[in-house]
Design a protein around this ligand. Structure first.
Ligand SMILES: *[C@@H]1O[C@H](CO)[C@@H](O)[C@H](O)[C@H]1NC(C)=O
Ligand SMILES: *[C@@H]1O[C@H](CO)[C@@H](O)[C@H](O)[C@H]1NC(C)=O
Ligand SMILES: *[C@@H]1O[C@H](CO)[C@@H](O)[C@H](O)[C@H]1NC(C)=O
Ligand SMILES: *[C@@H]1O[C@H](CO)[C@@H](O)[C@H](O)[C@H]1NC(C)=O
Ligand SMILES: *[C@@H]1O[C@H](CO)[C@@H](O)[C@H](O)[C@H]1NC(C)=O
Ligand SMILES: *[C@@H]1O[C@H](CO)[C@@H](O)[C@H](O)[C@H]1NC(C)=O
Length: 355
């Protein structure tokens, strides 16, 4: 007689659970999207834009991988390629990412105008476009720089709303006021064209709360105070719209997620956004050696029944950027319709439903 095989698919770990991190490499700023039965992940490699694909969310060690963009040298976007995201808009794929020229080392004549030293002064946002509708087989080519008025811009994302398409990104007050890093919004007429002027650009969040400053409640000045890594998140039941962003400093244990909710109808009106002022909504868990958790994106379980956060964190908070790895956990929704995130850790956790 044949042995009766279990009828549920087992996870890659073989027992229905997984451990963080989900990618056996250092990595930061993960962004994941689902399409046609696969998960696709891109993240900061600094030198190129790499796309991974996997049937499962909980383990990427044997994922297929391809470089979809290798910048040529000598361009304003040749180095420090950060926080890529890939969005399906209007039937094709748009990669939005941060980059700079020549590892952004401003000359003393540039640096002297900045309020603090400003190695990020030439970071800007760029967009690639897929040659076709298929995320994996398409060829990606440089489409345009996004207009940020020749000012610092990092971690840009698309914000989609019934009133149109927007660019939300981390910005300075001006070209040379090099801290704090705020969240700015501009209108777009298509995925590669900003239509707002500098005067129309709006700041929808500034790192004014103690937990958005580094060290905590810094009072000396505004250096290292930041809001970055904005990401749209919509409650599927109530349609409440949030921007989940990263606050404090990315090389630091206090890096965490903050929350803005769109409580009005106009994303360009700062008064229509409400910050969760009480504190981070997802933050370090020293009991599980989980520090500096942030820069998240959001996906569903394979069967669509659960919500999952994909984020980076560090086990060794003293090692800064080099210590970051990519993790995932399930999250739920609170009574008030806002996301309810778990404490960060390593598991074992149950694999996503349907995996
Ligand atoms: C299940 O697999 C994970 C990942 O390999 C492992 O860490 C965990 O200890 C296993 N749990 C059990 C109960 O075997
Ligand atoms: C993780 O990567 C290290 C270094 O490349 C390797 O030695 C190890 O076998 C890998 N582990 C897994 C589970 O892939
Ligand atoms: C490169 O960036 C500099 C500084 O922002 C700018 O002045 C220059 O026009 C840019 N070059 C191109 C080709 O966009
Ligand atoms: C992408 O470019 C390669 C090399 O030029 C070409 O062989 C391939 O057919 C292209 N793929 C698509 C989907 O156009
Ligand atoms: C932050 O610092 C200010 C100025 O020193 C102080 O008034 C305030 O109580 C501090 N807030 C917290 C939450 O520690
Ligand atoms: C949410 O939006 C969808 C699509 O516009 C709509 O069908 C649904 O009724 C909305 N739900 C609520 C609770 O507003």
């Amino acid at each position: 007689m044949l042995a009766v095989l279990p009828c549920v698919a087992l996870s890659q770990s073989g027992n229905g659970t997984f451990m963080n991190p989900i990618l056996n490499a250092t990595g930061a700023d993960p962004w994941v999207v689902q399409d046609g039965g696969y998960y696709y992940m891109t993240y900061t490699t600094n030198s190129d834009i790499t796309l991974l694909r996997s049937k499962i969310l909980s383990n990427w060690d044997s994922a297929e991988s391809k470089v979809i963009f290798q910048p040529e040298p000598g361009m304003n976007y040749s180095t420090d390629l950060w926080a890529p995201e890939i969005h399906s808009i209007g039937g094709s794929w748009w990669v939005i990412f941060t980059a700079d020229p020549n590892n952004d080392s401003p000359t003393p004549e540039v640096d002297m105008y900045c309020t603090f030293n400003c190695p990020a002064v030439f970071h800007r946002m760029y967009v690639l476009h897929s040659g076709g509708p298929d995320i994996w087989t398409s060829n990606y080519t440089m489409k345009s720089q996004l207009d940020t008025f020749d000012q610092f811009a990092i971690d840009g994302t698309y914000f989609q709303h019934s009133s149109g398409l927007y660019h939300v990104y981390s910005c300075w007050y001006s070209a040379t006021i090099s801290w704090p890093a705020n969240l700015c919004i501009t209108k777009m007429s298509d995925p590669f064209t900003v239509s707002s002027t500098l005067e129309e650009r709006q700041i929808i969040s500034e790192p004014t709360e103690p937990w958005e400053k580094t060290p905590y409640n810094r009072t000396a000045n505004v250096r290292l105070n930041s809001n970055e890594g904005p990401q749209q998140l919509t409650n599927p039941k109530t349609n409440q719209t949030f921007i989940i962003y990263s606050a404090a400093r990315s090389d630091n244990r206090n890096y965490c997620l903050g929350q803005l909710e769109l409580i009005g109808t106009d994303p360009m009106n700062p008064q229509d956004w409400k910050k969760h002022e009480e504190g981070c909504i997802f933050y370090q868990n020293p009991d599980e050696e989980s520090f500096g958790v942030g820069h998240a994106s959001f996906v569903k379980s394979p069967d669509g029944s659960q919500d999952w956060i994909v984020y980076h964190g560090m086990r060794d908070p003293a090692n800064g950027w080099a210590a970051r790895t990519i993790r995932t956990q399930e999250f739920t929704w609170a009574q008030d319709g806002s996301p309810s995130f778990p404490r960060p850790g390593y598991g074992p956790y149950k694999v996503p439903s349907g995996e």
